[in-house]
Design a protein around this ligand. Structure first.
Ligand SMILES: *[C@@H]1O[C@H](CO)[C@@H](O)[C@H](O)[C@H]1NC(C)=O
Ligand SMILES: *[C@@H]1O[C@H](CO)[C@@H](O)[C@H](O)[C@H]1NC(C)=O
Ligand SMILES: *[C@@H]1O[C@H](CO)[C@@H](O)[C@H](O)[C@H]1NC(C)=O
Ligand SMILES: *[C@@H]1O[C@H](CO)[C@@H](O)[C@H](O)[C@H]1NC(C)=O
Ligand SMILES: *[C@@H]1O[C@H](CO)[C@@H](O)[C@H](O)[C@H]1NC(C)=O
Ligand SMILES: *[C@@H]1O[C@H](CO)[C@@H](O)[C@H](O)[C@H]1NC(C)=O
Ligand SMILES: *[C@@H]1O[C@H](CO)[C@@H](O)[C@H](O)[C@H]1NC(C)=O
Ligand SMILES: *[C@@H]1O[C@H](CO)[C@@H](O)[C@H](O)[C@H]1NC(C)=O
Length: 507
């Protein structure tokens, strides 16, 4: 009898174990359960779920629930998922009060939560796990950040609330954030940051792209390595505004059409800056002190602005420069000492097309440099350098002239009559990209004479091919193809700039 009972008990116990193992191994119906790189995933994305399915394996580490119709969450939903590190709940139907108290209490290791694109969040939810270190909250509808927004989340390292409608950030909002390292808050409506709002953080990356900032935020933490102020409404970069940011490596202020003024010594202190990207601005002055302090800079982007003149001492400090983008400005001349590789030994490439050059004796050196193998540094796309003056040479491409045509005063002689590589009728080349396409064969290249210049300029009229003629539309198609597979962050950036701008194409 005792034996029988023992056997029965054993049988019950073992069947329980078997059931438990089966449950452990089971994967709930619409989900996929798998291991990848030693991490256990349960993927229940895009499965028309309205709640978290029961029976999720207890050892799950990455739980993917994106793209469902989940509208509320409680402790029951995640009961027993002790190993979970990351939950993706993006693109669901969660709202401000939809996350009940205790929902994440059972999850000791939960550090990453994705709540992006739950369109009806108008506030940061309460009841998030206090150990959270990464919060994705983009594409929601939050309008302000207050002292309470992150008060209960003191372990945050990275927060993203891009593409919300945040207009204001209260001064103490990040006071208890001593670990915060990255903050992506672009594409909001932020008009101003309180001075020192990130002072207590360890912020290295601050992304403020496409907000409504009218001035450069002051008193940013000295730990910053990357600052993105692209597409705001900043008018001026004041003197020494970044003087505390001695660790900064990249500074992006492009697509800042309101930006006219860079104060003398504005970048003082940025000795570790490698890339300064200020393309597509309206900078109208450069002095000997505009770039001072940028002794470590490799790449300078100041194309598509309004710079009328670069004084001979302007590049004095930027001894490590390799690439200079100054295309699309109002430059009429350039002093040869500026590009002297004795002073700038690493300078290898210079972009200065699309400037209204005065082709006189002062610029003859440049024509000679281009003709003389064009190295150290290389002037990019010399075939689209066009003269704007003197009147006799207006509209003439450098290609069609010889150095002796670059004369001053009454030395005037008849310009060379070398036939124009651009062909008759094209007097203005706004911007040209030479595209070496695999299928055009060696030496053949496509010219698109007008490429985007700002948000309002059409993309291509006309297009010319060296050895063929081709329709403008083909030019556009090829251009995008080319942009697609050409390397170069610069072109990638221009493409983005174009994509983000309310652009219009030709026709
Ligand atoms: C999860 O499932 C969705 C929908 O089937 C799929 O698109 C996605 O690639 C999957 N994700 C992973 C990490 O397997
Ligand atoms: C949670 O969502 C489910 C399914 O949409 C709904 O039936 C239930 O009433 C909701 N519960 C709460 C507390 O809102
Ligand atoms: C979200 O808001 C929209 C419009 O305000 C409303 O139609 C929709 O029902 C809301 N969804 C939820 C899940 O509350
Ligand atoms: C630099 O840091 C000092 C000390 O914290 C502060 O007083 C000053 O305002 C900061 N300067 C800028 C431009 O933020
Ligand atoms: C210039 O670049 C070299 C090579 O990358 C680097 O070792 C050096 O520290 C840089 N100089 C400055 C002043 O940053
Ligand atoms: C700028 O620097 C150049 C070369 O060092 C010098 O000749 C010129 O006088 C300077 N200009 C001003 C305004 O200091
Ligand atoms: C220009 O380059 C070619 C081939 O690279 C070389 O043969 C020629 O000597 C160079 N000319 C000058 C003036 O450096
Ligand atoms: C582009 O066009 C719009 C509308 O015509 C105008 O408001 C804006 O100032 C233009 N932008 C530039 C850079 O010309």
């Amino acid at each position: 009898m005792v034996v029988m009972r023992a056997i029965a008990l054993l049988w019950v116990a073992s069947s329980l174990v078997v059931t438990a193992i089966a449950l452990l191994d089971a994967c709930p119906k619409p989900c996929a359960c798998f291991s990848k790189d030693g991490t256990k995933y349960v993927n229940c994305s895009r499965a028309d779920l309205t709640s978290v399915p029961a029976g999720i394996p207890a050892d799950v580490q990455q739980l993917l629930l994106s793209g469902n119709g989940i509208a509320n969450l409680s402790k029951m939903d995640f009961a027993g998922l002790k190993s979970v590190v990351s939950i993706d709940l993006s693109s669901n139907q969660l709202t401000n009060d939809a996350i009940l108290p205790g929902t994440f209490d059972d999850l000791p290791f939960l550090g990453v939560l994705n709540l992006a694109a739950n369109e009806n969040f108008t506030d940061f939810p309460k009841n998030l796990p206090t150990r959270l270190y990464t919060l994705y909250f983009g594409y929601n509808r939050v309008t302000r950040v207050t002292e309470d927004s992150f008060r209960n989340l003191p372990q945050l390292v990275y927060v993203d609330f891009e593409n919300n409608q945040v207009e204001s950030i209260a001064p103490g909002s990040f006071e208890n954030q001593h670990h915060l390292t990255g903050l992506s808050i672009g594409f909001n409506q932020i008009t101003e940051l309180p001075d020192g709002v990130f002072k207590t953080t360890k912020l290295q990356y601050l992304g403020l792209r496409f907000n409504q900032l009218a001035r450069v935020p002051a008193d940013l933490p000295a730990t910053l390595t990357d600052l993105d102020l692209v597409g705001n409404k900043i008018k001026e970069i004041p003197s020494r505004i970044f003087s505390n940011l001695t660790e900064l490596q990249t500074l992006q202020v492009w697509q800042e059409k309101t930006l006219t003024t860079i104060g003398d010594n504005a970048f003082e202190g940025l000795g570790k800056l490698q890339i300064l990207d200020a393309d597509f601005c309206s900078i109208d002055r450069m002095t000997n002190a505009t770039l001072s302090g940028l002794s470590g800079m490799w790449e300078l982007y100041m194309g598509s602005s309004q710079i009328p003149y670069i004084p001979p001492g302007a590049f004095h400090d930027i001894k490590n420069i390799t690439t200079l983008w100054l295309d699309g400005n109002q430059l009429t001349t350039l002093d040869p000492t500026l590009l002297d590789t004795k002073a700038l030994p690493r300078l290898s490439e210079v972009f200065i097309w699309d400037n209204p050059w005065t082709c006189d004796c002062h610029l003859r050196w440049l024509k000679e440099h281009i003709d003389n193998n064009n190295t150290s540094p290389t002037i990019d796309s010399p075939h689209i350098m066009v003269c704007n003056a003197p009147p006799k040479l207006k509209g003439r491409a450098f290609d069609t002239l010889s150095p002796k045509d670059f004369v001053c005063g009454n030395q005037d002689s008849e310009p060379s009559t070398k036939s124009s590589a651009l062909g008759p009728g094209i007097v203005e080349v706004v911007r040209d990209e030479r595209m070496r396409m695999p299928f055009t064969g060696a030496g053949k290249s496509l010219r698109v004479a007008r490429v985007w210049r700002d948000e309002n300029t059409s993309i291509c009229t006309p297009a010319v091919i060296d050895d063929y003629s081709i329709l403008c539309m083909t030019g556009v198609v090829l251009l995008f193809l080319w942009v697609g597979f050409s390397m170069g962050r610069a072109m990638d950036k221009r493409q983005r700039a174009f994509a983000e701008a309310p652009g219009k194409m030709c026709f």
